[in-house]
Write a protein that binds this ligand. Structure first.
Ligand code: ADP
Ligand code: MG
Length: 166
């Protein structure tokens, strides 16, 4: 039940100096950083990360193109976050895809306000600060795209004995 999930602080998050703020949302929830690094994203990686068929089916080809442009625009911070049933929890902490609809208290609901309507009227992806793997299958596919095995580090946080036993 201990899961690992991939997070990206997207270029707008890095540009706005929100890396610390965003990472602390996960840390303060008791989730553990398993890996973290700054990445200048090559187009080839962006295209692997945002699976063409998946995005086109759910959002349309234009969104896929705008997304690739968005994540390759500047640097991102990539993280592996670990914890009890972490995949769904991290999605909840991030909030809904559309910042306009995201609830206050979530990362997208506290720090962003973009809307689909506005993004669609421009040559823009909706700027929503973070990516988080949507489910276990996605996490398993995405983590190795961003991290080598030896970049993901196992260690104990001092509070783990309380939560995990032993
Ligand atoms: P999520 O990031 O919440 O998992 P999706 O996987 O559906 O959302 O979409 C990937 C990303 O594509 C979103 O985070 C957002 O940046 C962008 N996006 C999704 N839908 C649209 C849209 N209609 N117009 C512009 N950008 C979009
Ligand atoms: Mg997604």
């Amino acid at each position: 039940m201990i899961e690992r999930t991939l997070i990206l602080v997207k270029p707008d998050g890095v540009a706005r100096g929100l890396v610390g703020e965003i990472v602390s949302r996960f840390e303060q929830r008791g989730l553990k950083i398993g890996a973290i690094k700054l990445v200048r994203v090559p187009e080839s990686l962006a295209k692997k990360h945002y699976d063409y068929d998946d995005i086109v089916k759910r959002r349309g080809e234009l969104v896929w193109k705008k997304l690739v442009k968005y994540v390759t625009n500047q640097v991102v911070v990539a993280l592996v976050i670990e914890g009890v049933e972490a995949i769904a929890l991290v999605r909840k902490i991030c909030g809904e895809t559309e910042p306009k609809a995201a609830l206050p208290g979530t990362i997208r609901g506290d720090f962003a306000h973009h809307s689909f309507k506005y993004a669609d009227s421009k040559d823009l992806a909706v700027t929503n600060l973070v990516h988080a793997s949507s489910d276990a299958k996605d996490a398993e596919r995405e983590i190795p795209l961003w991290f080598e095995k030896d970049e993901i580090i196992s260690y104990k946080r001092s509070d783990e004995a309380f939560h995990y036993g032993e």
